[in-house]
Design a protein around this ligand. Sequence first.
Ligand SMILES: Cc1cc2nc3c(=O)[nH]c(=O)nc-3n(C[C@H](O)[C@H](O)[C@H](O)COP(=O)(O)O)c2cc1C
Length: 147
Amino acid sequence: MSVLLICPKKSGNTFTVCEFVSKHAAIDLKVVNEREHYRIDDYKTIILSSGVYMGKPHVNLTKWLETITKKEIDTSTKFYMFMTWFGRGKSDKTVMRKIDSYLSRVDAKLEENYSTCFGQGMGLVRMGHPDSTDLEKTLNWVKALGK
Ligand SMILES: Cc1cc2nc3c(=O)[nH]c(=O)nc-3n(C[C@H](O)[C@H](O)[C@H](O)COP(=O)(O)O)c2cc1C
């Protein structure tokens, strides 16, 4: 399956899940921690990922989204979102809206089917996450997208 997983940095909760999923679903993983342009025209399914930071996605992800062009995206290319978070309010939905507006610049959109899992931080909050259940849940979600 031509599936690409995009992760904003090579450390942290989101990367832990992305690395696991990439290995076990045998899909490509690209960390977009520089403002480089990375060709995505070979992929029909692109899964974006990020932590949630005060209702915002990671800046590396949005900077990378600014580099993609209309001509490298096929009209059948589907974009999905995976987030790690504390589970605060509707901050996941806020990130979805922000990412969707970045994609609209290239006439693309986020699919409504998205996935989240908890990610530890700030000392004791959601400690132990992502755990093995989170990893398996995300892996199964990704595998189902490729079918
Ligand atoms: C500065 C900061 C702001 C955060 N804001 C939110 C938030 O608005 N909603 C939420 O549910 N979690 C929030 N979190 C929790 C993170 O989204 C969570 O720990 C996530 O797993 C971080 O991903 P990362 O380890 O890949 O950077 C915040 C964490 C930090 C450090």
